[in-house]
Ligand binder design. Sequence first.
Ligand code: ZN
Length: 662
Amino acid sequence: MNFNKFRKLTAFSIAFTLVIPLWGCGSDSTSDLSVVDNETVLSNEESIVGVDEVKKYPITDNGIPIWDFDEYVNGEWLKEFEGSEATYATKYDDAYEIERSRLYDILNDSSLTDLPTDDPLYKTKYIYDQFYEENVNDSLNESLTAFLQPVYDVETLDDLFDLYKNKDYSYFCNELVFNITGGDWGDIDAVYSPVINDNLLNEYNNFVANPTDGSMTEIYANVEKLGIDQTEYIKMLSNLVVISQYLREYQNSYANGYKYQYFYKETFEQNNIDVPVFDIIEEFTEKEYNGPIVATENLFDFFDVLFCEDNLDALKDSLILNIIYDISFINSDWNRYEDEEYDNAFYFTISVSRDVLALEYQSRYFDEEKLKEIRQFVFAIKTQAQSVVKEFEWLSEKSMETAVRKIVLMKPSYGVSDHVYDLSDVVLSDDLFENFINIIKSRRKFSYSQLYYFDEERGTFFQNNFDVNAYYNASLNNITLTTGLLTELLETDMTYEEKIAELGMTVAHEISHSFGPSCIYFEGDGYYDQWMTDEEINEYDDRIRRIIQFFDGKETEYFDPINGAYYADETYADLMAMEICLRILEEQDNVDYDLFFKTFASRKATYYTEESAALLNGDNHLPAKFRINYILGQFPKFYEVYKIDEESPFYVPNLERLTIFK
Ligand SMILES: [Zn+2]
């Protein structure tokens, strides 16, 4: 479980747009280029600002050809940040704020007396409230000390393995973590993913570099409460450093050329590996597990060097520190309301009870009719995506069938996971510590249980409902629209063009991922299948190569020169999404393309500095300026609507445009 901050700095969070009346009502929402009704305009001050003269195409920048469309649309907004302390911003953060305040409302308004005690919302609310109880921490150090005793008592590796298997302790063992996820082949897999606690490593650096300053860290405050002095703490941290070095080396295995493979119980037995990997899964699910775990091929060598008697003390210290660290989440004085950024009660509750809260959120705030409209809209985008794919001239009839089937079967989910985690097996206690342990156990059981689902029983779980974003999952052939994204769409009245630029581009982008290089080989049921012939693969690869070559080496302020291959997946999805959306618009009358293109550019607008750009280098979406100019720059319609300066680096000559959907 990862108590990530609810709101993160991401380059690709969905931005939001202007508040303009009329949510998607058919013909009214398309623009009328010829008539400006003076009376209406004058009766509504706000609308005066937005009214344009009759648009003359191609549009220029006050008579001058446009050099940089991003600057043309977003320049004034970007200027606001010059000289400010901001390092990163997108234009529209409203949806996050709306969502957050509503979640607070749900958690604060729900009344325990009105709900049955086995109601998931009752449990959610109970846990949330418990954080605010007076003296909730009084008994915590006592509980924690008792909880740590069995770790101190460990004398042999077998003792330690018994603790790893023990449901109460398993969660804290960072050396044996499994990501339960849609795997590379379409099954739900347990991928071995040991975790390094960077915050504890930083502690080590703090204390060694500057012991006096380090002594008052938040983590050490909790360690000290347990009677562990600084010398002992540094010794424990240095043990953790040793373990982390092993883990780091394993984490780099794939990069160092080791391949992923399946490991079964029998393989463990044949090689006399007694690390209790399968026992842990079975302990939680109370069912025999005959499936594989996924790890790199050097797994057994790694286990041999890590889990040996010489490392016993270091492994024990690692476990103790991880327990104290994780528990310090509830053992902290700096949660509870005073600063929303650090409101642990809130973050804990929404991260453990996402589905319950999403369901309550939807029943309180979503209009069923409007949701239905979104569902129909998603269906329309899927239909248009099929029309794009049906023009892939290089696909045989048989392959075409597979390709179209993939889109037809693609399953959207709207803000709540398919497999809902509802805390049903959590028995509440009046002790916060006990509840914390009960919840992490119950969540782990739920996630390991996913391994036993096959074919159409598989579904999304623990999905991130409260981000403002959408996701494609190849091994479930699913697109997820988060509650946050739906909030954004339902809270704003948009014209048809804006709706296409917002919801349309987002959904089309996710659908298009299913044909991007990472996901192309998954078929409609989510299983890996090389469904294209060699010849077709060549044609496909050729189109991907064109994208890579187009972007390779391009440079923009603050970013590393573009490595085309790194951006291929996201760029493919952007290009195909734009193709889909332009086709949808083509079928409408009197389309305001200017509004569509500007809304697209606004949504992608990003302010960054050299410092935040360095972080964004790890994001495989193109830098915002490129994402705006070079995605639009591939499409003839864009040049019909705007006069783009042919001398500009963002002007893409006709022959160089990426016509990859033929
Ligand atoms: Zn994407």
